[in-house]
Design a protein around this ligand. Structure first.
Ligand code: BGC
Length: 909
């Protein structure tokens, strides 16, 4: 008998067991539903919604999975919920394939943790399984539930140092749990017993403080201790008290005030009793070493003024001052329910250059939004100035001339993007701003006395709203991958609780930039919470006549300029895209009246159906398309979104009316701009042709003619773009969706001027504001404005698109393009139903195409083919319908299939 080597045998057994183990363990406690979220957050606390939205995903990669029924159980006892009892809500077995349900059980009460789970049933009514128990917790819910007073330190808006506040209190009983609720006019850092609470930055998010004030909830159970405790608050100005002066008049904002806050710390003891420690007359205040802070420019910190342990119980505050009681900034104090800003990425300096013994220039190697932290040793009173910029002069110093152009300082005390740090002189000291961020790649540090700095003395932190990543792009062309990365960097650099134009020069919530970038944002990031908050800002800013300002929020600037439909159509376009990407009509519903007022206003202004209200194709390469054409197209877009929203929300009279209005606008545009003989709009520029195509203005019968003209125009432009902001949204899409995907790719992958690739080959790590690198104006190096290319990669190459008839990717439109010149491409997107993947590879004449359709979703696949191609799925040629693949249509250049959920590998030979 052959002798087996014992160790090898053991390894073989282990391999067999382990290869089965995942299956076994999954079968044993296989959760049928996963990724449970409430209001699009995992286990959120501090929710104010009366009918919070609950969502989940199915956990299986089997083919053809469909949910036919679900049951939601909600209760306050997690064990009871896990046993199938829903004392607060038992939805019962509800028929349906939805994975987004608004809570509709008993009225929710404030300050309560609710546990929930969902059970799901499949196609043949077999139980797929149930989820684990998860939770959400309500917050204050009603302004009347606040107990604290609004307090400040009694100084006026011109006072520069940031105020500290503190209070001590005793805890005698055993704590079960504790929550801190803090509402602020301005910015804050909350600390308990000397430790900062949480890792949010720049909280609360910017709103029009006099119309809506946000509060934030923290679990502070682990911060508290038996015996004496201290709570400390440091307040910053943010946009509430804008002391820097610039062209948008934020220093004259109607809400402006010395920062103020209201805090309730609600402590629940093991014996069931509750005690609330609140802001009030018994707090004390003092000025902090943060001697100046501006969200717009920078921060100044004098370490000699530090009061060590100011936020601990042992600190002697006898020299501190009384506080001042204040009115709330607004009567509308609502929960901040979103992904907060954080220091998301740590970026060590890539190099440092010593220019002389008091001047060093650090290079992060990439452009970011955020802050730097300096670590340094030096004599007391040494003043360090840290100047942050995106460019260097030839002599190696930081050049801010591209970003300080709208700043109007009244003296030298507040230099742009320049932190000022005064050392206390005791060993290694460090500084990172509390209430400011900047856009920069380089930091020039100068000191009043020589200090020694090395590469590790300075670190950058990339800050932004910490939205989960939900999209990936990978290809065989490194320039395309870098464009995708730079686009994401620019997008995130401009996401700070509201979308901005640039993180340095303005930090303004420019509407136009944001609606152009909405798809790029939503393919790549789970942004719904940020956009829902920003659309609430829109509702706060809209005038009774429907007019919206060009920047949101605003101090009042922007109602008079730049606020035509090409910019402020955010009110319609963003809710519509949220509906497409999440399948959730709530934002459309919340904004419905606002969209209507907006469209009615333009209708009143422009009875002919044409409007010239707007800026047009902003920062074009060279050709300028007529403003009336582009603005009227956006007017059409808004009217048609309104008509569709009316249909979805069951407002049939409105649906008819606004559909007719949309048709009227379309006809007016075509009557004036379309030459039906030639199929040319206007003078046939790239924007003039692509915008009507992409926004659905072109009559069906002329589409291919107009598209052919566009292709010819691009060819005549040597396969380079010749568009501005509005044209970037439409050019690539109009080409790839109308038979010219190869040309679209050629333009997208271009590496010479003007193109995205031109920036990349010249070292860009973000997107720029102008096509020419040496342009004289509009030269921010971190603008998301030209960022539609990020979305186009998902659509034009990966072909992943939401189906308006079954939004939220319930049905996915999969229309990949295997473009000439590219050999491999992969796009993935984490949709509400789970991960969608679309990836293709060319080997010789063969294309391998892999697809993932998440459970409970379907896909309509359109494969581009050539005459004589055969299509295989796995090893089988597709000739007839199978259980998971239905042949919808076959033609010489296209194969259409309807796919059930699951993983597929196609081959086109
Ligand atoms: C901003 C742009 C914005 C434009 C509109 C610029 O200053 O940075 O991104 O859309 O103004 O006028």
């Amino acid at each position: 008998m052959k002798k087996y080597n014992k160790p090898i045998l053991a390894i073989c057994v282990l391999i067999v067991v382990f290869s089965w183990f995942p299956l076994l363990s999954r079968a044993a406690n296989f959760p049928g539903a996963v990724s449970l979220k409430c209001e699009y957050l995992i286990n959120p606390i501090g929710i104010d919604a009366i009918h919070p939205r609950l969502t989940w995903q199915l956990n299986t990669d089997k083919r053809g999975v469909q949910q036919t029924a679900y049951r939601i159980l909600v209760g306050t006892d997690s064990v009871a919920v896990s046993k199938g009892e829903g004392s607060i809500w038992d939805s019962g077995e509800s028929k349906g394939d939805v994975q987004l349900v608004a809570y509709s059980g008993k009225s929710l009460t404030p300050f309560t943790k609710y546990f929930w789970l969902v059970e799901v049933w499949g196609r043949n009514h077999e139980k797929i399984g149930s989820s684990a128990v998860t939770s959400f917790e309500t917050g204050i819910m009603d302004s009347k539930n606040w107990q604290g007073a609004w307090i400040s330190d009694g100084h006026d808006v011109t006072r520069k140092p940031a105020p500290y506040f503190r209070k001590t209190f005793e805890i005698i009983k055993k704590i079960k749990s504790a929550r801190a609720y803090i509402a602020v006019g301005g910015l804050y850092e909350l600390s308990i017993n000397g430790k900062k609470v949480g890792n949010h930055r720049l909280d609360p998010m910017y709103t029009r403080f006099d119309r809506r004030t946000l509060y934030v909830t923290y679990d502070v159970t682990s911060h508290l201790q038996n015996g004496k405790n201290a709570v400390g608050v440091l307040l910053g100005n943010g946009w509430y008290n804008h002391q820097s002066t610039a062209v948008w008049y934020f220093h004259q904002a109607p809400w402006r005030g010395r920062p103020t806050f209201c805090l309730d710390m609600r402590i629940t003891y093991e014996d069931g009793s509750v005690e609330t420690v609140s802001s009030g007359a018994d707090w004390k205040t003092s000025l902090s070493p943060l001697i100046f802070n501006s969200i717009y420019t920078a921060e100044h910190y004098d370490a000699r003024l530090e009061q060590p342990s100011w936020n601990t119980a042992a600190f002697d505050d006898s020299k501190w001052n009384e506080i001042e009681l204040r009115a709330a900034p607004s009567q509308n104090i609502v929960a901040q329910v979103l992904h907060p800003i954080r220091n998301v990425e740590t970026i060590p300096a890539k190099s440092v250059k010593r220019l002389n013994d008091t001047t060093y220039v650090f290079d992060l190697g990439r452009n970011i939004a955020g802050v730097s932290r300096i670590q340094v040793k030096g004599p007391s009173g040494t003043v360090l100035r840290l100047k942050h910029g995106e460019r260097l002069y030839p002599n190696g110093h930081v050049d801010m001339s591209n970003i300080d152009v709208h700043y109007r300082p009244t003296d030298q005390s507040d230099p742009f993007q320049t932190d000022i740090f005064t050392l206390k002189g005791s060993g290694e000291e460090s500084f990172m701003p509390y209430f400011n961020y900047k856009g920069f790649q380089y930091v020039e540090v100068t000191s009043t006395t020589p200090v020694t700095l090395t590469q590790s003395s300075l670190t950058g932190y990339f800050m932004h709203s910490d939205v989960p990543v939900v999209g990936t792009i990978k290809s065989s062309n490194p320039v395309i991958d870098k464009i995708s990365w730079a686009t994401n960097n620019a997008y995130l650099s401009n996401l700070f609780g509201y979308p901005t134009d640039c993180p340095q020069r303005e930090k303004n919530g420019w509407t136009g930039d944001a609606h152009i970038a909405i798809e790029t944002g939503l393919y790549g990031f789970d942004g719904i919470t940020i956009y829902e908050k920003w659309l609430a800002d829109h509702r706060d800013e809209q005038q009774a006549n429907g007019v919206l300002p060009a920047i949101i929020p605003t101090s009042g600037w922007g109602y008079q300029w730049a606020n035509g439909p090409d910019w402020t159509s955010t009110i319609a376009i963003i809710p519509w895209n949220i509906y497409l990407f999440y399948g959730d009509p709530r934002l459309l519903n919340d904004c419905y009246d606002n969209i209507k007022r907006y469209v009615n206003h333009i209708e009143q202004m422009s009875p002919s159906g044409l409007t010239s209200w707007g800026l047009g194709d902003w920062v074009p390469v060279k050709s300028q398309s007529p403003v009336e054409l582009t603005s009227s197209i956006y007017y059409y877009v808004d009217a048609s979104i309104l008509a569709k929203a009316a249909n979805i929300l069951g407002k049939s009279d409105d649906a008819l009316y606004y559909q007719a209005l949309a048709t009227k606008i379309q006809n007016a545009i075509n009557a004036k701009y379309l030459n039906k003989e030639t199929g040319i709009y206007g003078s046939g520029l790239q924007t003039e042709l692509s915008a009507p195509l992409q926004w659905g203005i072109v009559p069906e019968s002329l589409k291919s003619k107009v598209a052919a003209n566009l292709a010819k125009r691009v060819e005549a432009d040597n396969f380079h773009l010749d568009v501005g902001l509005l044209g970037t949204k439409t050019l690539l899409n109009a080409l790839s969706e109308n038979g010219y995907a190869d040309i679209a790719y050629k333009v997208a992958a271009q590496e010479s001027y003007p193109s995205w690739g031109w920036w990349i080959v010249n070292g860009a790590t973000t997107l720029y504001e102008n096509w020419a690198i040496d342009a004289q104006s509009d030269i921010s190096l971190n603008h998301i404005m030209f960022g539609e290319i990020g979305a186009w990669l998902y659509k034009g190459l990966g072909g992943i698109k939401p189906d308006p008839k079954q939004p939220g990717f319930k049905n996915i439109l999969l229309e990949p393009h295997f473009t000439e010149g590219l050999n491999q491409f992969e796009a993935t997107h984490e949709s509400p139903y789970g991960k969608i993947a679309s990836s293709w590879k060319r080997s010789g004449k063969k294309i391998t195409y892999q697809v993932v359709v998440p459970p409970n979703a379907t896909a309509t696949l359109t494969l581009p083919i050539k005459k004589g191609n055969k299509i295989y799925e796995g090893r089988t040629q597709i000739k007839v319908n199978s259980q998971d693949i239905t042949i919808v249509n076959l033609s010489e250049n296209q194969a259409n299939y309807q796919l059930q959920s699951g993983n597929y590998q196609f081959e086109i030979r």
